[in-house]
Design a protein around this ligand. Sequence first.
Ligand code: AHG
Ligand code: MN
Ligand code: MN
Ligand code: MN
Length: 335
Amino acid sequence: IPEYSLDRDCQTLSRHVLQQFSDFSTQAQDVSAIMNRVALAAKLVSRRLSKAGLMAGALGFTGETNVQGESVKKMDIYANDVFISVFKQSGLVCRLASEEMEKPYYIPENCPIGRYTLLYDPIDGSSNVDINLNVGSIFSLRQQEGEDLDGEAKDLLTDGDRQIGAGYVLYGPSTVLVYTLGNGVHSFILDPSLGEFILAQENIIIPPHGSVYSVNEGNYWQWDESIRDYIRYVHRHEGYTSRYSGALVGDFHRILLQGGVFLYPGTEKNPEGKLRLLYESAPLAFLAEQAGAKATTGFERILSVVPDKIHYRTPLFIGSTEDVDLVESFIQDRV
Ligand code: AHG
Ligand code: MN
Ligand code: MN
Ligand code: MN
């Protein structure tokens, strides 16, 4: 039974990526090849996740602590290694930087040809992984600048407008890949029987306002008074509803399609919040802006923030323009 019309709907990710470019420049070919590798990594992680509960040793903790100070899950390492092996063979990506690795990972044999860095969060929402709830992967592509002989990756300590492309994969009831190359936001659904990502929605626009606010209210007493004021505001006004899954990718995806705002403010203990700029906030901010919405630290556009280290964190407020503006007005009126 044909489930979708081939000529009308069967646009694959790789063809779509190629069509983002008007020429067959080296950049066009490189980025297409890199996106194909991202899609392969997504399929490998998706396949593992779909069976992990039946496999001995796929779930649970490794016993290690990562550079972020978090307990590492076996799936974090599996997905981290999938990206490494997929990009080792790509010939195009010279350096990988991940939430799970203290220092960037070099692939010297690729450096003469492909001077790109892929930044990624291999599993976003790790706390969901053992209970079969949605998790994601986030990626961001940058040109590698300079030689970086000391391996400090100082060229990555620049603003998020330097991203060539960004996106995420949401492993939910279906596996969805969302990406931008600076020309709109597009989503694809993995058809597991074909092993292909098929176009679902092109040029997604986030509604200017949504009813959802998405925040971990367990941190209420650790927030600044201005954030508590905002939360009290939504409690007292009709038309707001709370949704929080513990995986940024899932919570952001809801907002991408239906509007609303996601908040991860700083706390007394961690004024910079939890989310990492290079692997989490900046790629999603690129998508948000491309979808006509907004991402801010409360004081500054996320894409303008210049980090001083690769694992740099910032508070994040992202989503529908009107909702983000309202949060920002609470934060800034207090200053
Ligand atoms: P990760 O699993 O990559 O470490 O990211 C977890 C992040 C993000 O996905 C989520 O929005 C947030 O942490 C949840 O944190 P809290 O449990 O503090 O709410
Ligand atoms: Mn983590
Ligand atoms: Mn994450
Ligand atoms: Mn992660």
